[in-house]
Design a protein around this ligand. Structure first.
Ligand SMILES: Nc1ncnc2c1ncn2[C@@H]1O[C@H](COP(=O)(O)OP(=O)(O)OP(=O)(O)O)[C@@H](O)[C@H]1O
Ligand SMILES: [Mg+2]
Length: 403
């Protein structure tokens, strides 16, 4: 049977998830084999700001997952990310005009050369369609004949320094990075089905440090964006507004958080430990921040001229999408249908991953599968154990290896 092992590490702002799955490529399923999670340190708004702290957190998650030295896909986000749609054209000089895999690769290489500064690197070139001698709408050009081939693509790039810092934090733990993957693309893999994308749909991954946007039109990725605000801002707003420690604010948010202040009784009180708080005041604070994030998302979709082209509406995922009333508010602010989604298409011990917080992690497995980084099962996750990775990483830094 066509199965292979695939691996991912979601380096999130609030938590790191290491995940290993078995891909059944014939059925298009991923079976989650193991998952390890650790609180995230050393990240701010999606980017690594402390290499050692980040590496230690990654090591903890890797160890909890039991992953060893395998090539992994790693999620990336942060405001250093930019993206644009472009097209490249090449003449096919092959004698019989048949388009080969190699030729398509050349188009990809060509797109990677475009309009980048010295400090930026291309992360993805996602083909949106091909034009063969003037004929539009080709999705899969290999094997077809044409002289002049245009590839339309969505190009995602990021700051070289931020990409390197992420790679270092992961590779400090002794695992090899196969590919960095834009987080909303990974989340889209796990939360959206092909038929969702075939008309038009947007995905909003509301995490701890960032809210990531992806939009698909006619099955193709058309727009991506990273808004550097997420669930942590809700908690710090509450902490400031109620003059309480961050941890208490986070606990209140998780227990009673709502972003629809109109629906919350103005005299209702909620309790944490021995103190009471006005529930309506809390929801006003949270609603204000939620509206801000959703307004940014609307502007982002407007700027890309796609907001009115999304009949399937918007799908919300990520931990912050769990706030009460978030879908209703998203419908109001974005002016389209909204629903929340958890990873779909998973098998095995799925219950732990069927939460919006794991959309990116599960999606990384699908991404590995789709983009040829799956390794044959026989050569997969084995590797030799070298004791505690957490200790190894700590020792590494004590030894002054890292700068
Ligand atoms: N039930 C809930 N209600 C409200 N907020 C929640 C709930 N559960 C989790 N959150 C919030 O979701 C956020 C974490 O989400 P998630 O795990 O998707 O982020 P992350 O992947 O670590 O971060 P990022 O993707 O931004 O780097 C935290 O701010 C947390 O407080
Ligand atoms: Mg995330």
């Amino acid at each position: 049977m066509a199965t292979s092992l695939v691996h991912g590490i979601d380096v999130g702002t609030t938590k790191i998830v290491a995940i290993t799955g078995r891909l059944d490529s014939r059925r298009g399923w991923v079976e989650v084999l193991s998952m390890g999670e650790a609180p995230s340190h050393g990240l701010k708004r999606g980017v690594v700001v402390d290499r050692q702290a980040a590496a230690e957190s990654v090591a903890e998650a890797i160890e909890a997952c039991g992953m060893r030295g395998v090539p992994v896909n790693v999620g990336i986000a942060g405001s250093h990310i930019s993206s644009f749609n472009t097209e490249v054209t090449l003449l096919n000089r092959g004698r019989d005009l048949t388009i080969s895999e190699r030729f398509v690769k050349k188009l990809d290489q060509e797109a990677r050369q475009l309009e980048l500064t010295e400090d930026e690197r291309v992360i993805h070139v996602v083909p949106r369609g091909y034009v063969l001698d003037g004929s539009e709408g080709v999705k899969q050009p290999v094997g077809l004949a044409a002289r002049k081939v245009t590839m339309r693509a969505h190009v995602v790039s990021g700051a070289l320094s931020s990409i390197q810092n992420l790679l270092h934090a992961v590779e400090d733990c002794g695992v090899k990075v196969a590919q960095v993957v834009l987080e909303p693309l990974a989340s889209a893999e796990s939360c959206l089905l092909e038929q969702d994308r075939s008309s038009g749909i947007a995905l909003l991954d509301m995490g701890g440090g960032t809210t990531d946007v992806a939009a698909f039109l006619r099955g193709a990725l058309t727009h991506t964006d990273v808004i550097p605000i997420g669930g942590e801002s809700f908690s710090s707003d509450l902490a400031y507004g109620l003059k309480i420690p961050y941890g208490d604010a986070e606990a209140l948010k998780l227990r009673y958080g709502s972003v629809l202040s109109d629906a919350v009784d103005s005299v209702a009180a909620v309790r944490l430990d021995d103190r009471h708080y006005n529930a309506n005041f809390m929801s006003q604070i949270l609603e204000y921040r939620a509206r801000e994030i959703l307004e940014y998302a609307r502007q982002s979709l407007d700027k890309a001229h796609v907001r009115n082209l999304l009949p399937e509406g918007v799908v919300l995922t990520g931990g912050a999408s769990l706030l009460d009333g978030m879908t209703e508010l998203a419908e109001e602010v974005l002016g389209m249908r909204a629903r929340t989604a958890v990873p779909r298409r998973v098998k095995g011990n799925v219950e732990p991953v069927q939460k919006p917080q794991y959309a990116t992690a599960v999606g990384l497995l699908y991404f590995a599968a789709k983009n040829g980084h799956a390794r044959p099962k026989s050569k997969g996750a084995g590797g030799t154990s070298f004791g505690s990775i957490v200790e190894a990483v700590k020792g590494w830094f004590r030894g002054g290896r890292a700068g």
